[in-house]
Design a protein around this ligand. Sequence first.
Ligand code: F6R
Length: 605
Amino acid sequence: MCGIVGYIGKRDVAPLLLEGLQRLEYRGYDSAGIAVTGPKASGLKTVKAKGRVRDLEARVPSRFKGTTGIAHTRWATHGAPSDENAHPHLSQDEKVAVVHNGIIDNASELRAKLTADGVEFLSETDTEVLTHLIARSQADTLEEKVREALRHIEGTYGIAVLHADFNDRIVVARNGSPVVLGIGEKEMFVASDVAALVSHTRQVVTLDDGEMATIKADDYRTYTTEGSRTTASPTTVEWEAESYDMGGHDTYMHKEIFEQPDAVDRVLRGRIDDRFSTVHLGGLNLDAHDARKVRRVKILGCGTSYHAGMIGAQMIEELARIPADAEPASEFRYRNAVVDPDTLYVAVSQSGETYDVLAAVQELKRKGARVLGVVNVVGSAIAREADAGVYVHAGPEVCVVSTKCFTNTTVAFALLALHLGRIRDLSAADGKRIIEGLRMLPGQIAEILKREDEIKKIAKSYADARSMLFIGRVRGYPVAREASLKLKEVSYIHAEAYPASELKHGPLALIEPALPTVAIVPDDDLLEKNRAALEEIKARSGKILAVAHQEQEKADETIVVPKNENELDPILMGIPLQLLAYHTALALGRDIDKPRNLAKSVTVE
Ligand code: F6R
């Protein structure tokens, strides 16, 4: 989704902002723009371009000097991608420039009022109303002008504002869309995502909803949108700037798939307690007494995180014997769900900023529920909103499609399930068995990744499929769901996931040689049932690729993966299918890291 970068200091600002925008490219966007000023500048200078950051860069003139500036990558919501609709938006007198992430819900109403007052709009965006409101404010300070304008706004925003008459500062505000300040040596940064800052500083302040800040070259202050001062202490970002580089891989997706052995090692590190065959989860804030009182677990997430939650729910039921299920947060928030005091709600999110998940958490908290976050980005909105949580420590995930974070989230759920299980009825022997299984994961993932060439060959043979069916039963079903999502996102091949048990209740009608099936066939108590499904498909001349713990006779090809404990097998079985999606997309020449129409973190409705 849209990205914001801002800088105030002594350096030439345009190259810095363009570099920051490049670091935000992974979020998905369709146009970009930049506005600069400085103590010696008269007024603001702006350049905007539909297309990529490199298109913007090509338009920036050599004499585009300044030491203060804001920049933006836009993902079209109100109005098509175009030069005019790109941010920053300028006021009529060209003194105010605004970049904005989020959506202003009452924009059309405000636009009508402003138009009636004689304001001429240059774009179709919702953001432009904010620019005019700020410019028309009679208040004496920029902070007060912004505050006054925001009083008229309904909706979500992360904004950065420049004003030619107050060019010693940038004013920012947050409501539902992330804003992070980066503190440097006599220079300050602002961004919607730490990715844009970490090559300059790792000291950051994350604004809360309802908070504003004024940043100057050597100083910053934070306050509420009502004007009362707040205390925001800087924290240190753990992620290194290099984690955002491609590290010798051709794409971030490839890099992130191959980072999984290390990432899984990280989520386990320091958490295993061999003495009691359990795990310690520092941020959980759930003592044994409370944990015993949990009667249900409800997991909420979107997309891949929802699929990780489906695997998590099964692990919790199996290991802790607590009824558990997962539901898309995007559905849950709209259905006036019954909120039960004995249910533990778990919100899952890589970015920690997904609006549907955040809205579900806020609704749950409003109704008095206890919410745990299983989140990757430290200090993100969902992590802060949740009562407690488990960080998944996958490291920064840049590719729009999620791979390593999915895997780490499933491991984090295994830890949570083990923890809850050992407080309840899971025996120490079973706890030990699961711990041994967890310890095997990084090595087993590395083993699967060594089979890349074999999977690449298989992928090439599926690249001309128009559609593919993914099936799995019980533990295998969420794996099939996630594998099918991965394939459609990066290759644009239509894919559908079905429980293998449901085949004869409908989808069998689709089976023919042109519809390949990918079947998840673990060596568990359901092996024979799964084999029967393969037989049914084969009998109808369907082509089958199995992911299994042993060669499957009825399959045309089998990718054999190492066996772990039954409960942990789903963590491994999706990994070859990430590579399958990757190599199919590569064979088709897709834009792997930035699939069409998708954004990394969906911070709007
Ligand atoms: C798929 C994918 C999306 C996200 C979803 C939730 O590869 O990346 O489906 O999983 O948008 O995002 P987070 O996990 O950031 O809440």
